[in-house]
Design a protein around this ligand. Sequence first.
Ligand code: IMP
Ligand code: MG
Length: 185
Amino acid sequence: MNKNNAIESYNKKIKRVVFNEEEIKEKIKEVGAQLSADYDGNPILVVGILKGSYVFMSDLCRAITVPCEVDFMRAKSYFNDTVSSGTVTITMDLEHDISKYHVIVAEDIIDTGRTLKQIVQILKDRNPLSLKVVTLLDKPSRRLVDFKADYSLFTIPDFFVIGYGLDCAEYYRNLSYIAEYNLDA
Ligand code: IMP
Ligand code: MG
């Protein structure tokens, strides 16, 4: 494939913009204001789940107007289609001792719910002062385990999205908007 064909094929897979930069910024501003009001005066640690949440984290923490700290963790999930209780392994852990913080977990998207359900359990076992989950995107129709985010910015039906941190085979994370991925292109 020559260079032009590769770029054309890359672009073709971006089917349509689902949420543009302005819409995302607006929602994040709202949730940032809400979190700032809800947690004012408390020690807050915003925990980003890598890699998908890195763009969201950068905007979210700047929309929080009260003092807060940030940390990151990375997890790998091992599930198969028939067993919904697979395992999640932490491949990069937090630096903070979370027992001293009100933890806000920031995730890119909740799909089956399996990954975040286990991450939340792992974090709760460390006895944070409190723990809540904020997700950029939620696909409730895909849930395989019972899991609900405390703050959800956008709810979408069952289609695959890319951009603003979300990838397909590691590409498209750097799009400034959220797009539907074209599975047929
Ligand atoms: P689950 O909730 O355990 O099924 O896994 C959620 C993870 O799957 C997310 O953190 C994403 O990394 C990935 N994922 C699920 N749906 C999408 C999507 O539409 N686009 C990109 N990644 C997705
Ligand atoms: Mg992810």
